[in-house]
Write a protein that binds this ligand. Structure first.
Ligand SMILES: Nc1ncnc2c1ncn2[C@@H]1O[C@H](COP(=O)(O)OP(=O)(O)O)[C@@H](O)[C@H]1O
Ligand SMILES: [Mg+2]
Length: 261
């Protein structure tokens, strides 16, 4: 479902975030991407979501090579990949309904269909009945679940999450992970970047471990051919840059769904 073939990523500032990364994630797998802050986890996810393109090598997602995808195919590609952010990126002044509906609104889905699917997605994350509530009225754990409902509403075959439990205590983190597990059980391929090792151990999924922009372990279900010896990396990087949403739609231009219901 996801394949990296000798992928390197260098940012415009010259920072080489990933070096010769090869990995495979099979359809329906749930995989943890681990490594210290600055290791390159978010960069891997950004390449999967086509928020960035590789400098070298190829990234293939659901059969599409992200480097050769024509621009007209990009919106459809992005709908294949649901994204969950650490800080959920909800529109705090819009009700839960509008937040969850966003990917469908952008895709011009008929309103009745949106209504049905928002309820189904909220039901899946245990928040049915919260449609009209503002995110600010919800707990942090609930807000994160709204973010997950939004990520899955377009039924993407791939779900990626960047430190989705980073702001949650262990109990809430476990609940969120169980939710991801449920989506995996219905066939979604899931990649979760995290540095919460106890959580990773508790869920016992494959772990792809990244050190200084290189895959140290777990690139495939079987062992990879021995990686070339790695030169010592540059000094420890500064604060990690999280996965950022693209410019996306301007919320003020979105129809007020609640008003029309
Ligand atoms: N947009 C960017 N521009 C420049 N450097 C970046 C950018 N994003 C990440 N980096 C750098 O790339 C390296 C890997 O970052 P990242 O993928 O965010 O790691 P992680 O998510 O594991 O903390 C870090 O050194 C980080 O500072
Ligand atoms: Mg990160």
């Amino acid at each position: 479902m996801i394949a990296f073939d000798r992928v390197s990523k260098r940012y415009p500032n010259g920072r080489e975030a990933l070096l010769n990364v090869s990995l495979r994630i099979e359809p329906g797998e749930m995989v943890f991407l681990t490594g210290r802050s600055g290791a390159g986890k978010s960069s891997v996810l950004k390449l999967v979501a086509l928020l960035e393109r590789p400098t070298r090598g190829t990234v293939t997602v659901d059969g599409a090579n992200t480097s050769t995808l024509p621009s007209r195919a990009i919106p459809a590609f992005r709908r294949k990949v649901g994204v969950v952010f650490q800080d959920h990126k909800l529109l705090m002044d819009r009700p839960v309904f509008d937040n969850v509906a966003l990917p469908l609104v952008v895709a011009d889905t008929p309103l009745r269909e949106i209504d049905r699917r928002v309820r189904a997605a909220l039901d899946q994350v245990g928040l049915l009945g919260k449609e009209r509530v503002l995110p600010s009225e919800l707990s942090i754990g609930e807000q994160q679940r709204v973010g997950i409902a939004r990520a899955v509403i377009a039924k993407p075959p791939v779900l990626i999450a960047d430190e989705p439990t980073g702001n949650l205590d262990h109990g809430l983190a476990v609940e969120v992970m169980k939710l991801f597990k449920r989506f995996q059980e219905v066939g979604v391929t899931i990649v979760i970047a995290t540095h919460d090792l106890p959580l990773v151990q508790q869920f016992g999924q494959r772990e792809i471990h990244i050190v200084d922009g290189q895959v140290r372990d777990g690139a495939m279900a079987e062992a990879l051919p021995a990686a070339a010896a790695t030169p010592p990396g540059p000094p420890s990087p500064g604060p990690a840059t999280g996965l950022r949403a693209g410019p996306g739609p301007d919320p003020s231009t979105l129809p007020n769904l609640q008003a029309r219901r």
